[in-house]
Write a protein that binds this ligand. Structure first.
Ligand code: ZN
Length: 417
């Protein structure tokens, strides 16, 4: 053995131990210069953040630099993670907003515009692929909006069109509640809920009208049969704005391999959810096991407010939920990458992306994913698994931009026909 051989072997051993250390680090890998360069050259798109609840209920400012803030998303955190575009979720809690879904939808839409108006130097409203690319060139966060839950349209096609005109560019057909035209995975086994065996005829019209308008059809949250009805009826590629893989975690909200393959054939994209419960089976099981006790504790709090004639305080409910979630150990960073990897293998690397669910999961994300500032770790972890720079950039955002562009094209075609 020559000195050179010994040198070579010791180099290999050092490299191997580095890889082992990185893959065994529960908080994910340290970000190398190469990963950082790839990450920073991409347009990074995240399709789901619930931060508008904070804007509206807490008066939260996305420009906050409070070091004690536990939120996932601020302009600083977005900048550190090179987040280029965020789809802010317009989610109307169907329980606490009975009778005024549209009003609350408008209030949340307004809250996003108000944030963009407050920070014109660092953030801009965006309504198209071209807008996202312009924001990227101007080093601003592109702010888009997606409605989470078809109940927001109050069974009214006029409202759907109004939301489009206000800039909403996707709609999740249902949230966890079945509405009057789309079954949800959240209550599909609840016999007290009236179901429709998927989409009703009106629901199919909603999908086609979204195609015509150029609003992406989002199948996250829907029941399996609703998903298959959408695939049969849509004229444009679909998205799952924040969904993970059921083959890895058996949650009804996650997508089966058949569904993943169908999105691949449809040309759409599945944006992986960062919620620990959807990405790690033992977390899901633990969350399920505490569900009854947790719901009872929150209900007790709501009832006590009602008894005092006080309005329900969203911030306090969120604090309670966080407390319960914090009792379950956080899974390692790698579980998130496992879902990206699985979907890339089953549906194809052209059909997977990022749908964090930031600020919507009671703080329950895997270790090492504490905010948008940690997004570059995903790039490093994918590099470590052998992904090419080209595929990584697709996953980080180019896939979503491709689908959004195709949805725009289908819309133009349907409107000129
Ligand atoms: Zn959701």
């Amino acid at each position: 053995m020559t000195r050179f051989h010994i040198f070579l072997i010791s180099c290999l051993l050092a490299a191997a131990s580095l890889v082992a250390a990185q893959s065994s680090n529960p908080s994910g890998p340290e970000v190398s210069d190469r990963a950082r360069a790839i990450h920073d050259s991409a347009i990074v798109v995240d399709t789901h953040a619930d931060t508008p609840q904070r804007f509206l209920d807490e008066g939260f400012d996305i420009g906050s630099t409070d070091p004690n803030d536990i939120g996932h998303l601020t302009l600083d955190k977005a900048r550190r993670g090179n987040l280029g575009a965020e789809f802010f979720s317009i989610w109307v809690d169907p329980g606490t907003n009975q009778g005024h879904f549209a009003q609350h939808t408008f209030d949340l839409i307004d809250s996003v515009y108000e944030q963009a108006a407050r920070h014109p130097d660092r953030m801009m409203m965006a309504f198209s692929v071209a807008d996202i690319e312009r924001a990227h060139r101007e080093h601003k966060l592109a702010a888009l909006m997606g409605i989470e839950g078809g109940h927001s349209i109050e069974n009214d096609m006029h409202l759907l069109r109004d939301y489009y005109r206000l800039g909403v560019r996707y709609m999740t057909l249902s949230w966890s509640n079945t509405n009057e035209w789309a079954d949800s995975s959240g209550d599909i086994n609840d016999p007290k809920v009236q179901h429709h065996d998927g989409l009703t005829d009106f629901g199919k019209q909603v999908v086609l009208e979204m195609n015509r308008l150029g609003m992406m059809v989002d199948i996250s949250h829907v029941a399996d049969k609703t998903f298959w009805d959408v695939i049969a009826v849509t004229k444009a590629p679909v998205i799952a704005s924040h969904s993970s893989a059921r083959a890895l975690v058996n949650a009804p909200r996650n997508m089966t391999d058949d569904m993943l393959r169908a999105v691949g054939r449809n040309g759409g994209v599945v944006q992986v959810n960062f919620f620990s419960g959807f990405d790690d089976q033992s977390y899901w099981d633990a969350a399920k096991a505490q569900e009854k006790e947790r719901d009872a504790a929150i209900q007790k709090y709501v009832d006590s407010l009602k008894a005092q004639g006080k309005p329900v305080n969203y911030i306090e409910i969120n604090r309670l939920q966080r407390e319960w979630m914090a009792r379950i150990p956080r899974p390692p960073f790698k579980v998130l990458i496992d879902h990206i990897d699985h979907i890339a293998k089953v549906a194809g690397a052209d059909h997977v992306g990022l749908g964090s669910d930031f600020d919507g999961v009671s703080g329950a994300t895997p270790q090492g994913m504490d905010s948008a500032a940690d997004l570059p770790r995903i790039t490093q972890a994918l590099l470590d698994r052998g992904y090419s720079a080209g595929d990584i950039k697709k996953i980080l955002g180019a896939n979503l931009l491709r689908v959004f562009g195709q949805v725009e094209t289908v819309s133009r075609e349907m409107q000129t026909r």
